[in-house]
Design a protein around this ligand. Structure first.
Ligand code: PLP
Length: 400
């Protein structure tokens, strides 16, 4: 019998981290590699946030804090939910963790029993199904394909609900597609959920602030207040303020759930980094001009990448509503052969050959539950993106 837990047999390591690692290794060997795999803004954390962290260190704010966040940060989060989302969460119903990732994990560990089902629309963020499995639950995947704008329909949601369904995980704008649900599309889903009171909503609003003109961000408890007492609204500072390394995420939700999540955190990691918490206070309470600045840059890059990829033979790239990813289909490349004689049978073959032949690292679609596609993170400079698009175009033109 293996020394390792049987649960781990059901879980795979994060493929996005694997691609970033492989690209780094090739670069270390002297290869000219363009990494389009990493899901983080390429900007520096704004200066006033960095200064707040330095001041916190100098003021000795370097000790343990309350398990799920200092009162000052919870107050800033309460104000943020009111300001941006019309949601009134008392500070007692707010929890802070080491990244949105830990907050999501805490929620699943705190609620899932063996056999409990969690509905996950695909394409999905790579961690959702594996987190569900680690917590003992069963992911139920519902596919929103290219023709559906990478969104699921209310009929699909209705059909996926069973007496064992515990959660719907909702993510708009989405990683990996950038597709968003506008108010009407979201309401169509919440109408279904209102008819199934045993189903809770785990909404991951991480890309809230990277929403492009024509798309207005909405969160489930905002459009359907009746769902608020069975919704966990998760968010964080990583993508909104270029703070991925600081590891601060947070959520508002029903008191009982928040208490249970705090219990999980108290017996695992305890408080998120004290200095990072003070930095997050400055991010949420301070000037917000980083948000429109970064959104405008991402919008310009989105348009550059969508045009560049649609110019590649066999690639179809829809226009995303937000986030900093595109998720083109490569249906037109499947079955072709590279000049080196390698047959492209699926999107993993495509991504591997693209990396080997051109040095462009992307993440293959199977990792996100919908194929044949790949994901590009365009959180990098215009020059790099132009170079990458040219290489992808010539790679695709070389497929026969
Ligand atoms: C959809 C989504 N949710 C959650 C996270 C986790 O963010 P963090 O743990 O940095 O707050 C990410 C990060 O890539 C993400 O893309």
């Amino acid at each position: 019998m293996s020394f390792l837990s049987a649960t781990l047999d059901r879980v795979k390591p994060s493929p996005t981290i694997a691609v970033t690692t492989l690209a780094g290794e090739l670069r270390a060997q002297g290869r000219d590699v363009i990494g389009l795999g990493a899901g983080e803004p390429d900007f520096d954390t704004p200066e006033h946030i960095r200064e707040a962290a330095k001041a916190a260190i100098d003021a000795g704010k370097t000790r343990y804090t309350p398990v799920d966040g200092i009162p000052e940060l919870k107050a800033a989060i309460r104000d943020k939910f009111l300001r941006d989302n019309d949601l009134d969460y008392p500070v007692a119903d707010i929890t802070v963790g080491t990244g949105g990732k830990q907050v999501l994990y805490n929620a699943l560990v705190a609620t899932l029993n063996p056999g409990d089902e969690v509905i996950i629309p695909a394409p999905y963020w790579v961690s959702y199904p594996d987190m569900v499995k680690l917590a003992g639950g069963e992911p139920v995947i519902v596919e929103g394909g290219l023709d559906a704008g990478y969104r699921i329909t209310p009929e699909q949601l209705e059909a996926a609900i069973t007496p064992r369904t515990k959660w719907l995980i909702f993510n708009s704008p989405s990683n990996p597609t950038g597709a968003g649900y506008d108010e009407a599309a979201l309401r169509a889903l919440t109408d279904v959920l209102e008819r199934h009171p045993h189903v809770w909503v785990l909404t991951d609003d991480m890309y809230e602030h990277i929403a492009f003109p024509g798309f207005e961000f909405r969160t489930p408890a905002q459009v359907a207040p009746a769902l608020k007492d069975r919704t966990l609204t998760v968010n964080g500072v990583s993508k909104a303020y270029a703070m991925t390394g600081w590891r601060i995420g947070y959520a508002g939700g029903p008191s009982e759930l928040i208490k249970a999540m705090r219990k999980v955190q108290s017996q695992s990691t305890s408080n998120p980094c004290s200095v990072s918490q003070w930095a997050a206070v400055a991010a949420l309470n301070g000037p917000q001009d980083y948000i429109p600045m970064s959104r405008d840059v991402f919008l310009r890059r989105r348009d550059l990448v969508v045009a560049g990829l649609n110019a590649a033979e066999g690639v179809t790239c829809p226009v995303p509503d937000g986030a900093f990813y595109v998720y083109p289909s490569i249906a037109g490349c499947i079955g072709k052969t590279t000049p080196a004689g390698k047959k492209i049978e699926n999107d993993e073959d495509f991504a591997t050959a693209l990396l080997e032949d051109t040095g462009v690292a992307v993440v293959f679609g199977a990792a996100f539950g919908l194929s044949p596609n790949f994901r590009v993170s365009y959180a990098t400079s215009d020059e790099v993106l132009e170079d990458a698009c040219r290489r992808i175009q010539s790679f695709c033109a070389g497929l026969k």
